[in-house]
Design a protein around this ligand. Structure first.
Ligand SMILES: [Zn+2]
Length: 114
């Protein structure tokens, strides 16, 4: 019993540590790709001016990774489900739909799966 709780604390402490690293490092990782395919990731301080080009370790000029990359997708997500919804419905329509739906929940028409 004592051993198990000790192990749990150890895991908790480790994950807390890695969370702190993410939270407190105010920086942006910017990826550069050189013509030879080398990928260089540079940490820039938050708010720092990020150059479009960087000299690769092989000496070639690496360019900042383009729009269709994984890194950029995380920074600015492409169309979300919500965006697609808004293209078809106005916000007022959605509010009305939501209200209708919520009322159905309140009336017990739709079971709650939570
Ligand atoms: Zn290179």
């Amino acid at each position: 019993m004592a051993e198990r709780s000790l192990r749990g604390m150890s895991i908790g402490a480790k994950s807390l540590e890695s969370d702190e690293n993410v939270d407190f490092a105010a920086r942006n990782d910017v990826a550069y790709i050189c013509p030879k395919g080398h990928r260089t990731i540079l940490p820039f301080a938050d708010g720092a001016e990020v150059p479009d080009e960087w000299e690769c370790r092989c000496g070639a000029v690496a360019h900042r990774e383009g729009e269709d990359t994984e890194a950029n997708e995380i920074a600015k997500p492409t169309r979300t489900h919500w965006d697609m919804l808004l293209e078809r419905r106005s916000e007022d329509e959605l509010k009305a739909l939501l209200e209708k739906r919520l009322q159905m929940h309140r009336d017990g028409w739709i079971p709650d799966y939570e």
